[in-house]
Design a protein around this ligand. Structure first.
Ligand code: HEM
Length: 446
């Protein structure tokens, strides 16, 4: 079951077959020993994934996503919060939580202006072939301005981000990774200069002191947490949403558009209240994140000896052994999600939290808040605010055409997006109507 191959064969299968290499011929193990580039115990359903979510049973491996890793040089040797453990992790996460709290205060007006400026620019272009990168620019320019007090050029952020995952544990030559890493390292001085001269730099330095984090380490913690964990995940979710809309019938699409528009009209635009009321849009986003989570796999090490699924597969795991929590499969577990492989945009509508608590895309139950002891996402409120605002404007005040119909074969490297980059051949923006909906700066979070 699952296939225990050599590292090289496993690595290649992971690239070509995507996540489905772990379930050949439709098998449904709850846990399996496999090799997607390194030997690992894969935790495949709602019960077994808990070993990768419960801080008592896992530890993080520094800089590592199993067969690939992030470059220490691109991080100047500062290990990000998501790869840190125990006290080191708690200090960094506390810093992030406070930095996000401060950033949230100005988030809505910055995002509204970014959306108006970028969508206006897209509508003046003949086509938008680099749609995915442009969504990233909106996310990164908004969040950098909210956190640092001045927006940092989206292309500069993208160059740094693009060079992060460049350590592949394989002998297969990958010259393009080395090139991306060099570009990212070259971008660091300009990135740091932009941050150090930004209006909120002193505030952030003070926060670093408060949490006992050395200043450069704190800045890299915030940069990684924001650009990699935050902007990359959010961009992926928005791109997948646009691709998914393409697969809905006109009637389904219309229902989401009309109900969202009604909410905007009732509340006089985007605000905390109107975003909270957008139940159909929220259900659609949750279903996108269920079937296409930006992070498929949670790589961890066993913190102690474990016996997993003793009644069925009965797999013994030794302390220090690699495990892989498969969010992709746990969110397709038919025991809690009826008809699990079907995209049902209204799955989470009007339900009383029944299925929502089984969503793990933030690296823990969606219904539980993040805390300092786990690695659950601390950016969920910001993420939903930005996703809902951007998608509500897209749905209600824009129209577009995709270049190609989306096809998913679920490659982890595509972070939940269809196989080919999503490109637009046309984009229209009704800027006046959108402008009237994007004036209420009391919107902060859902
Ligand atoms: C669709 C939106 C988002 C999704 C699906 C998402 C998902 C995740 C996941 C899966 C992790 C765990 C990574 C791991 O340890 O393997 C994580 C962690 C994290 N996320 Fe998010 N995220 C989103 C939005 C955001 C936003 C908007 C921010 C910041 C503003 C953010 C900041 C972080 C940080 C700093 C961590 C590291 C937490 C820690 O070290 O304990 N995320 N996120």
């Amino acid at each position: 079951m699952g296939g225990v191959w050599s590292n090289t064969y496993g690595f290649i299968k992971g690239v070509t077959d995507g996540v489905h290499m772990m379930k050949p011929e439709g098998e449904h193990p709850s846990v399996v020993r496999t090799n997607p580039g390194l030997p690992v115990v894969a935790l495949m359903n709602q019960d077994t994934i808990q070993y990768a979510l419960n801080p008592e049973t896992y530890k993080k491996e520094p800089y590592s996503f199993g067969p690939v890793g992030v470059s220490k040089d691109v991080l100047r040797g500062h290990c990000p919060s998501m790869f840190s453990n125990d006290e080191d992790h708690r200090r960094k996460k506390a810093l992030l939580v406070d930095a996000y709290k401060q950033g949230e205060k100005s988030l809505s007006s910055i995002l509204f202006n970014q959306i108006k400026a970028h969508f206006g620019e897209w509508s003046r272009l003949k086509d938008v072939p680099d749609f995915e990168e442009r969504v990233f620019h909106i996310m990164s320019e908004t969040l950098t301005e909210a956190l640092f007090g001045r927006k940092i050029d989206g292309q500069l952020c993208f160059t740094w981000l693009n060079g992060l995952i460049t350590e592949a544990k394989t002998w297969i030559p990958m010259p393009s990774l080395a090139w991306k890493r060099r570009q990212a390292i070259k971008a660091i001085p300009e990135l740091l200069k932009a941050i150090e001269t930004a209006p909120k730099y002193r505030e952030l330095v003070q926060l670093c002191h408060t949490h006992g984090v050395e200043v450069e380490e704190g800045i890299f913690t915030i940069l990684y947490g924001t650009l990699f964990n935050g902007c990359a995940a959010q961009t992926a979710a928005i791109v997948s949403s646009v691709a998914r809309l393409h697969t809905l019938s006109d009637a389904e699409k219309n229902e989401i558009i009309q109900t969202t528009l009604q909410v905007l009209e009732k509340h006089g635009g985007v605000s905390e209240e109107s975003l909270g009321d957008m139940k159909t849009l929220e259900s659609f986003i949750l279903e996108v994140l269920r079937l296409h989570p930006p992070v498929f796999n949670y790589w961890v090490l066993a913190r102690k000896d474990l016996v997993i699924s003793p009644e069925k597969e009965n797999i013994k795991v030794c302390k220090g052994e690699r495990m892989l929590g498969c969010c992709f499969f746990a969110q397709r577990d038919g025991s809690v999600f009826p008809d699990p492989d079907r995209f049902r945009w209204n799955r989470f509508l009007d339900e009383q939290g029944g299925q929502k608590k089984h969503l793990f895309f933030p690296r823990g139950s969606f219904m539980e808040a993040a805390d300092l002891n786990s690695h659950q996402c601390p950016g969920q409120d910001i993420g939903f605010f930005m996703m809902k605002t951007t998608l509500s404007v897209l749905l209600c005040y824009c129209s577009w055409e995709l270049k190609d119909a989306p096809v998913w074969s679920d490659k982890p490297i595509r972070v939940g997006n269809p196989d080919d980059p999503v490109r637009l051949v046309r984009f229209n923006f009704r800027s006046e109507q959108a402008g009237r909906a994007l004036v209420n700066t009391s919107a902060k979070k859902i």
